[in-house]
Design a protein around this ligand. Structure first.
Ligand code: DQA
Length: 713
């Protein structure tokens, strides 16, 4: 069985991107072009731009854009207003209203990754919604700061466990010259706040203008004001837009129709204390919400604990009667409603002790929810492992880091780093075949073939079908994550086919503490996965949109195909066109969908060096060990500089080698005009992925870097 992974990088919007720039800001056009991996040219007007220019990014000055932006061909052109906030806020109001998207940036402390994220999202190349909705549980943190700047120093710790960050726009307080605060924060202030928040967190943002009747501060007398703010948030590329149900239908419809890549969270709150889950009203609110929603949020004050059960009944009824409806996020407020906050699985709102106030009565932190689940027996204590090898030279997070995360998240689990041996209590199957086994990462990864070799335990899983494999693990052939999953219904024969019920169990894995009653329960199965390729994709797309890689050429260096496999798979996900390989032979399943050419002579290398533009190698990934760093440096030099490229696009170098080395290929790469990334980036991104897979919790990349400390990488 192959578990299909969702496509991570889509082709997205293929219209010509036209960047409108302010006075003296021409250079921003080249930055957009660089991030998108396209050449650019300046244009005088929108007139005459055709889809033939898709391969270009065009720049138009603000003054020229004003002349004919309204009559642009919207099928051929996507207009992005790039506004430097140091030129003054707000941006030109006519252009703001006319453009498709608006990117706000500061002159100093410009974050290229902020632009990469904005453009990848708005042009539909990356969207995390589907992946989030397939997670067993998702949380968002409701920030309640009057100014997000106060949150920024602690944002990494605040967002541990959160899948998204809510910006409560109605709680923002814009200071005025006279010492007072604006009655509602202006779009200029809000735009800057979104910009600042996005620069500091990779999490999707939820943009909320909560009204006065629903525990917020946004006035209700003019619904058009909501449209103005919420539509601007769509233009800013905010991932989730909270649209209250009381707003007139034409406003909700318009926002839904014009949402682009953003997702609409319909929101309903009832503070009356008379709302009842088992009522026609509750159902009709649900039905009205789903008309214009990607997620439906229903929240109510309750008086009695039993109403939590009524909500659960409502939830399951809705799921069975309207199976194709958007996901429902429903909780009860107040202390009495806290129970429902532990049971809701879709975007549960959470708080954090570091926040100035809670956003709603009864809100809990991620750690409190997990502690409650654990007490209720919903989150049993498990043993998780980091399985290393005696010969490992690859850096991995060590036990204190995972313990720190579990602690921060209130998870009851235990974590240990264990050195893998071929036989005995620390062989992989013995570790997995425990009643309390909760998952493991393998660092370095182990080939699927060697895991399965002679393992009667793995072979017997799933009624003899073996462990489930994700598409990535199958294609890459290397496993770095083992996830435990409940089986939907254990077959009657399960007891006889698992070690706990078989004669071989205890004999095959002789180990203290592992016996026939203590093996992996028949109600569980294992999934073999590979998280590393995602870590590589995240590293490569940190400062570039996926389109920068599409159709281009890459060079991959490795001592063998096992070491190269994750990188090759990542490149395939990024739609790379051709891969030149050095040092290994690519197995057929890995090469499928890619054009692969080994460098097996000096001539073949020379040929690749001479090709121009798109065909010239754009990204170099080395999985060679640190002892080979001189060779890597040499190769990087060969493909560096502007040779083979007529554009100003900066190439990318990723060095997966770890440990002390003689030369530093990354330094050579930087000197040769590459943007260089190292194993610390990839390991941190892979750890984010691993934690998501093992414990279902999101831990931000920057937290991993922060909490991992020096010793980790
Ligand atoms: O909709 C919600 C849910 C919430 O009201 C709560 O009950 O936790 C908190 C709000 O910030 C958020 O917008």
């Amino acid at each position: 069985m192959g578990l299909r992974l969702r496509v991570v990088c889509k082709k997205g919007d293929t219209r010509t991107a036209v960047i409108i720039y302010g006075p003296g800001q021409e250079h921003i056009v080249s930055v957009f072009a660089d991030v998108l991996g396209k050449p650019y040219r300046m244009a005088d007007s929108f007139q005459g731009i055709t889809s033939i220019e898709q391969e270009l990014v065009l720049g138009i000055s603000l003054e020229s854009a004003k002349i004919d932006i309204s009559s642009r061909n919207r099928d051929a052109v996507v207009a992005i207003n790039a506004h430097c906030i140091n030129l003054g806020m707000p941006p030109d109001t006519y252009i703001s209203a006319q453009c498709d998207y608006e990117f706000l940036y500061p002159e100093a402390s410009f974050f290229r990754r902020d632009l990469a994220r904005f453009i990848s999202f708005t042009l539909g190349q990356i969207n995390h919604h589907d992946a989030l909705m397939s997670k067993p549980r998702t949380y968002f943190i409701s920030t309640t700061f009057p100014d997000v700047r106060a949150a920024l120093p602690n944002i990494d710790i605040l967002t541990v466990g959160a899948d998204a960050v809510e910006l409560r726009v109605d709680l923002l307080k814009e200071p005025l010259m006279d010492g007072n605060f604006a009655p509602i924060p202006s779009l200029s202030y809000v735009g800057e706040q979104v910009m600042l928040l996005r620069q500091r967190t990779e999490l999707p943002i939820i943009f909320t203008t909560r009204c006065t009747k629903e525990n917020g501060r946004f006035p209700m007398d003019d619904p058009n004001l909501y449209y103005e703010y919420l539509f601007r948030a769509i233009q800013w590329g905010v991932e989730y837009i909270d649209v209250e149900l009381w707003l007139p239908e034409h406003i909700r419809r318009r926002l839904y129709e014009k949402r682009g890549s953003s997702r609409i969270m319909s929101a309903f709150h009832d503070f009356s204390g008379t709302f009842k889950w088992p009522s026609a009203q509750a159902e009709s609110i649900f039905l009205e919400s789903r008309k214009y929603a990607d997620i439906i949020k229903m929240i109510s004050i309750i008086n009695d604990h039993n109403e939590n059960f009524e909500l659960e009944y409502f939830r399951s009824k809705i799921r069975s009667e309207y199976p194709h409806s958007p996901p429902l996020s429903a909780v009860n407020m107040g202390e009495t409603g806290q129970f429902s906050r532990t049971l809701n699985k879709v975007f549960t709102p959470i708080t954090h002790p570091l926040l100035p106030i809670i956003a709603a009565p009864g809100q809990m932190s991620a750690a409190e929810i997990n502690a409650a689940l654990s007490l209720l027996g919903q989150l049993p204590k498990k043993s998780l492992y980091g399985i290393s090898s005696p010969f490992s030279r690859i850096a991995t997070p060590y036990a204190p880091f995972y313990e720190k995360c579990f602690n921060e998240l209130g998870l009851p689990h235990q974590f240990a780093v264990v050195e893998r041996h071929l036989k005995g209590p620390t062989c992989v199957e013995a570790l997995c075949n425990q009643k309390s086994f909760g998952g493991a990462y393998l660092s370095p990864p182990v080939s699927l073939a060697s895991l399965m070799h002679n393992s009667s335990f793995f072979a017997r899983l799933n009624n003899g079908l073996g462990p489930s494999l994700t598409e990535a693990a199958r294609t890459i052939g290397m496993v770095d994550t083992i996830v435990v999953q409940p089986r939907s219904s254990p077959p009657p024969s399960a007891l006889a086919t698992t070690p706990s019920g078989s004669d071989h169990g205890a004999d095959t894995f002789p180990s203290p503490g592992i016996n026939s009653n203590n093996g992996l329960p028949p109600s569980s199965t294992l999934i073999f996965d590979n998280a590393n390729w995602r870590g590589i994709v995240s590293t490569l797309t940190r400062d570039l949109a996926p389109s920068a890689y599409s159709g281009r050429a890459a060079v991959v260096l490795a001592a063998n195909s096992d070491d190269a496999a994750s990188a090759m798979y990542a490149l395939k996900a990024l739609r790379i066109g051709k891969v030149y390989t050095v040092g290994f032979k690519t197995p057929a399943n890995l090469a499928r969908g890619l054009e692969v050419e080994p460098f097996n002579s000096l001539e073949s290398l020379q040929r690749a060096r001479m090709v121009r533009d798109k065909a010239s190698p754009f990204v170099i990934i080395s999985a060679l060990g640190p002892e080979k760093s001189n060779i890597v440096g040499m190769l990087v030099r060969v493909f560096g500089g502007s040779r083979g490229s007529s554009t100003q696009i900066r190439k990318v170098f990723l060095d997966l080698a770890d440990g002390p080395r003689k030369g530093d290929p990354s330094a050579v790469a930087e000197q040769s005009g590459f943007a260089a990334y190292g194993v610390a980036d990839t390991t941190a991104f892979t750890t984010v992925e691993t934690l998501r897979l093992l414990v279902g919790q999101n831990v931000p990349y920057s937290f991993v870097r922060l909490a991992g400390g020096q010793g980790m990488f």
